[in-house]
Design a protein around this ligand. Structure first.
Ligand SMILES: [Zn+2]
Length: 272
């Protein structure tokens, strides 16, 4: 309770309320609600923690997600196709693909920085490494579908695409107990059969991207800056593919670039 009060004091303008103790009949904490207070607390990351992971300061708290998810399907019975979320908030979304690099420090980074990360996993790449992604999931990362074998989907028949997408839905359900709602086609390549197959496999959105993290820099699909609601693509890569940098160093670089442009990160699943 005491800690919650301290937090609240930070949330409300100083002096706006005199907190004289828990015996007070109208306790602002109760008004805020225990859950909301917990949420505020959950978002807090200290400057020391941020610095330990290579940032100058913690990420700004994400704004409240919309009560109504702002998406329309690509057609009747088809998933939405999105490369960004329509919002005016200065938020972007972190997505990590494939599942090759399994750096235990990344689990700590996601936990300590409270990073909302969406992981698009390919069965053939993850191989025997699902336990690692289970650990990431236990610290708040979410698991989504990126096919069984990472093929160029438009080169396959509808049946072939369906096998790739539904097959990974089943694998992920077996491993994690829940089926993903989001799908990312390998290389961002898809056709009408992909949309049909994704819908038939129970997926509600196909997730592309507007910016992608290279070794040192963000590359933009359009223009030279992030925009509100941009989906950012990164990969689970390690030193062999990052010119000696680790996954956590690459992620810190990406977060610094996001902060430098005045953005913070939010959870994609809150918007889709
Ligand atoms: Zn991929």
């Amino acid at each position: 309770m005491r800690r919650a009060h301290r937090l609240l004091a930070g949330v409300l303008a100083a002096g706006a309320l005199a907190l004289t103790g828990c015996a007070q009949s109208v306790d602002p904490i109760e008004r805020l609600g225990r859950k909301a207070a917990q949420k505020v607390e959950e978002r807090r990351v200290s400057t020391a923690t941020a610095r330990r992971w290579g940032l100058d300061r913690p990420l700004a708290p994400a704004p409240k997600p919309p009560s109504k998810k702002p998406f329309a399907a690509a057609g009747p019975g088809l998933p939405a196709v999105v490369d960004h979320v329509p919002t005016k908030d200065k938020v972007v979304f972190l997505t990590f693909d494939d599942g090759a690099e399994r750096d235990p420090r990344f689990v700590r980074m996601v936990k300590e920085l409270k990073l909302p990360v969406s992981m698009f996993l390919t069965d053939r790449v993850v191989g025997p490494g699902y336990a690692h992604f289970g650990k990431l999931r236990s610290v708040g990362a979410t698991v989504q579908n990126h096919t069984l074998d990472h093929p160029y989907l438009p080169g396959l028949s509808y049946e072939g695409q369906r096998w790739e997408i539904c097959g990974q839905q089943e694998k992920l359900k077996e491993r994690f107990g829940a089926q993903p709602r989001l799908f990312r086609p390998p290389y961002g390549e898809y056709n009408d059969d992909t949309l049909r197959a994704a819908a038939d496999c129970g997926l509600s959105a196909m997730v592309l991207w507007r910016a992608s993290m290279q070794i040192d820099d963000l590359r933009y699909a359009d223009g030279s800056r992030l925009g509100p609601g941009d989906i950012v693509l990164a990969h689970f890569r390690g030193p062999a593919e990052l010119k000696g940098a680790s996954l956590t160093e690459m992620t810190a670089r990406m977060l610094r670039k996001i902060q430098a442009q005045g953005y913070t990160v939010a959870r994609l699943e809150d918007y889709l």
